[in-house]
Design a binder for this molecule. Sequence first.
Ligand code: AMP
Length: 437
Amino acid sequence: MTKFEELGLNQDILKGIKDLGYEEPFPIQEAVIPVLLTGRDVVGQAHTGSGKTAAFALAMLQEIQPKNGIQGLIMAPTRELAMQITEEIKKFGKYTKIRVVTVYGGQGMGIQLDALDRGVEIVVATPGRLIDHLKRGSIELRDITHIVLDEADTMLDMGFIDDIQFILDLAPEDRVMSLYSATMPTEILRLSEEYLNNPKQFLLDADDLSGDGIDQSYLVIKDRDKFKYLVDFIKPIKGQVIVFCSTKYRTRDVARFLHQEKFNAVAIEGDMSQHRREQTMGKFRTGKADILVATDVASRGIDVPRVELVINYDIPNQELLYFHRIGRTARAGAKGKAITFVSYSSVGDWNLIKRQIKVPLEDLNEKMGIQISIPDPLKRQIPSRRYGGQSRSNYSRGGRSRGYGRSDRDSRDDRGGGRRRFNDRGDKNSYGGRSKW
Ligand code: AMP
């Protein structure tokens, strides 16, 4: 096993790592750091929980010089992720003189301008606000030597691809760049072909897509029974719980119900002000709240330690989101549990997700003896022994692409209902139009 000392990092950085109690590099760090330090570009298929933040941040800290202008640029899809990356870099760089600032929509320009005026070497930004700064000249990219695109597929989903291109076109060509994405859709592959120079590719956490190490189960129930079961499952849990809902309305409803039942729950969804989202995440992170009720906005990129149970109150509207959501548990080697509630009308969608799960998945209807009384036309979607048959052929998908869109289930997600609905400022995207790809 390689040690951090063998990766080519300087003493100041090693001291920061030691303070954090990291004993050995995670595989992604062992693989990526030496490559970035030789100046080669990297494309990593990896998502949160793999340790990718340290992988790119440590290499960046090693190469950047204090007081030499903005040399490092990290782009991330959401303000929460951007802030989290900044916090990590500050910890890793505690003994270096490297300064870092977060630039994101929703916060007044003044704070960011003041920080930029004082001088920084690394900028962590959401694309929309970064463009605002570039346009007013408060950030310049001429000294950039290191660029990271984190959660590239989420940025694509959120409609940031044109913004990213705009930004990359302004950056010097001679730079080291890495791109991380949980999935590699064509647009991301094209982006990396166009902007990265002969990148070394890593498939870093293929295992994560199996949800390995997570005790996974599901329960097919009537939508109106979900709350009762939610309470039953949450009651015995001693650690923290995240409940994922498909829409902000359901998020609010579930949080309200939980309050009524005297649970210590907080909610986070895309319509909340930046300040409230920060407050809420803070409460959950510091353990002041036991339960976080969230839409998928919160499911990506946010590092929430100590989560014992993830409940999918509604199934996600993309197969991969399922793995992102359940990835909130069993983090950094710990064991975790994920339970998915499947309403009758979502059985077809659930079957598509289920086929991607390569580890044993417990059928709670069987285990708990809960009968499914599905109306006739929907029965054929259930591939279980109870009803026989396979789902796919009977599942009316109306020509939508694989894994995207939805059937007849509960309305929209914060980011669903078409791309470009929200940008990092939480408002309608001002750059309009679809990606040119
Ligand atoms: P990330 O995928 O970057 O969000 O990291 C996932 C979690 O793993 C974070 O809580 C990190 O602090 C933690 N972590 C990252 N690298 C290491 C390491 N080498 N040893 C222990 N924990 C780590």
